[in-house]
Design a protein around this ligand. Structure first.
Ligand code: ZN
Length: 113
């Protein structure tokens, strides 16, 4: 099989681009130990201004506050210091998580007595 130089260069270039893209994706996956994570956009500090409604990373925090939100923001939300729509969503999930934990703890307490 004989390939023209142009075809050969296209294949080589394609291979390099593919390798870099796959390398970056795999690198991110390994670094964070899980699915790809978004980044915060440039916005005010969430501790004083709430989770930014237009920020993809803040949205992730709001979707899984019990697993990803830091203690300061978690405490803020549980104290009712809610400033944004994402804050409201996160606070609601935290409240539900507490209710679930109380329910499960009640079951355990019932078993031990
Ligand atoms: Zn953010």
């Amino acid at each position: 099989m004989h390939l023209s130089p142009a075809t050969t260069w296209s294949l080589v270039l394609g291979w390099i681009v593919l390798s870099v893209v796959v390398g970056v994706l795999v690198g991110k996956f390994i670094r964070f130990g899980g699915p790809l994570m978004t980044s915060h956009t440039l916005h005010e500090d969430s501790h004083t201004h709430g989770l930014a409604d237009d920020c993809p990373r803040c949205r992730e925090h709001a979707e899984h506050p019990e697993a990803s939100l830091d203690r300061t923001n978690t405490a803020r939300l549980l104290r009712g210091q809610v400033y944004t729509a994402l804050d409201r969503a996160a606070a609601s999930r935290l409240t539900r998580a507490i209710a679930t934990a109380r329910y499960l703890t009640g079951i355990l307490d019932g078993e031990s007595s």
